[in-house]
Design a protein around this ligand. Sequence first.
Ligand code: MN
Length: 236
Amino acid sequence: MNASRYAAATDVGLVRENNEDCCYVSDGLWVVADGMGGHAGGEIASRVAVDTAVAHLDQPDGVDGRERLTDAVAAAHQAVCAAAREHDLGGMGTTLVLAVREPGGAVLVGNVGDSRAYLLTDGTLRRLTTDDNQAEELLANGEITAEQARVHPGQYLLTAALGGWSATPPVPSVYTVPAGPGRLLLCSDGLNSELTDGEIAEGLMGGDPTEAARRLVEHAVRAGGRDNVTVVVVDF
Ligand code: MN
């Protein structure tokens, strides 16, 4: 099946004044970015990254899928750096998680930072992406448990992001999701910092993507809403 149904939902949450998350959905390309940086920096960073990645990926160029994702992330990184110089907002940066449908129906997922992709198949939720943060590094090295990683302060220290600090573009981790049926979730950390994987699975299941997206955002806000929360839900 080549068609997909999809929806996005976002909320500023209960604490933050601005929504620095940004997302994009279309038939075949889905993106979530979570910006950071003082003043308007985070909003600009996530918007510029999403727009640039989308413009890049909307142009068919015959390049292999994985390489296209890497190129799109590099282009987005350069654009965020250029915008930072233009607005004199040196520290601004953003995460980026994106999913692209391949011609055969498989979906490629790429990420930099701590925005996540999850896959729901046959009632089972699986996290596809690894967070680029210190807690996840400690977990990978066996220094802390998954339980400890969930509440570890290192979860707020990103080890990779677009813009800001590095002249070298970050290279996204890329994952291939076989052709569906399945339900894909992209989210900013405002979702998974408020809800456990079990709660995310529960919110993601049932109804169409619009209902699921609204329900997840609502649950995260009700659970505390300490951060902006953005979700994209795709049936493929
Ligand atoms: Mn966030």
